[in-house]
Design a protein around this ligand. Sequence first.
Ligand SMILES: [Zn+2]
Ligand SMILES: [Zn+2]
Length: 102
Amino acid sequence: MLTDEEVARYRRELGITPEKVGDQSRRGRTHGLLSTYRNGCRCDPCRGANRDKERGRRRRNGSGRTHGIVSTYVAGCRCGECTEANREAKAAYRARTRRRAS
Ligand SMILES: [Zn+2]
Ligand SMILES: [Zn+2]
C-alpha cells in the first residue's frame, strides 16, 4: 500500500500531476491552435497561432494580399476575414441608406 505522498511522487515521475491542473491540461491539448491559446495555453506554438491570427487580420499573408478588407473580397478573395469585412461593410451601407431613405 502506497502512502499519499508516494502516490504523488510516482505521479510526478510519470508526468501525471492532477494537483497541477495547468500541467495536466497542457499535456492533453493540441498545441499551435488558436483555440488552445484562448483556453489559456501560452506555449510557443499556441502563441504563434495567436500571432498569426493577429497578423492575418490586417496585414499581408503569404498570398501577398491584405485580408480583412472589402477591396480584397471584391478582388475575389473569399477567406473568412474578407467575407466578414464585406459583410460588415454591407451592413453599414444598408444602415446608412436606410437612415437616408426614411
Ligand atoms: Zn500550447
Ligand atoms: Zn481574404
